[in-house]
Design a protein. Structure first.
Length: 134
């Protein structure tokens, strides 16, 4: 990967946090795959609209939600974004806090695969990186 792909992930995340779905989704390939199977109630989502539907549903499940970007890592074959997520579940009032990771794979300058990990250390271990980052 390159500093270019790291910057793409930074722009995607900045747009997502600002609620600018269109800008965020432009970086995804039309046939991109979002793998949230490691998350409770997760699965595999296809295409830009699948990504949009997943995140709209995810954000709708929270009374309050915050995602603080901790670090962007050029992992060679991918870009890893470490985040600290916190929130209060809508309806349940359950408080949640975790250090998560999103791993982005690219082809032709577009995100073709995005894998969400509720446990950042799991993602780092799978990519052969130290678990003590972020």
């Amino acid at each position: 990967m390159s500093s270019e792909t790291v910057e793409i992930v930074r722009r995607v995340n900045d747009a997502f946090r600002a609620g600018d779905w269109d800008t965020s989704l432009e970086a995804y390939d039309e046939e991109a795959e979002l793998d949230t199977s490691r998350m409770p109630g997760g699965g595999i989502h296809h295409g830009r609209e699948g990504v949009r539907r997943f995140f709209a549903g995810w954000l709708g499940a929270w009374e309050r939600f915050d995602a603080e970007r901790l670090e962007l890592i050029d992992a060679g074959e991918a870009v890893v974004m470490l985040s600290r997520l916190s929130g209060v579940g809508k309806g349940s009032g359950a408080e949640v806090a975790m250090r998560s990771a999103d791993v982005f794979y690219f082809e032709g300058g577009k995100i073709v695969r995005h894998v969400g990990y509720p446990d950042a250390d799991e993602a780092l271990a799978e990519l052969g990186l130290s678990g003590s980052r972020g």
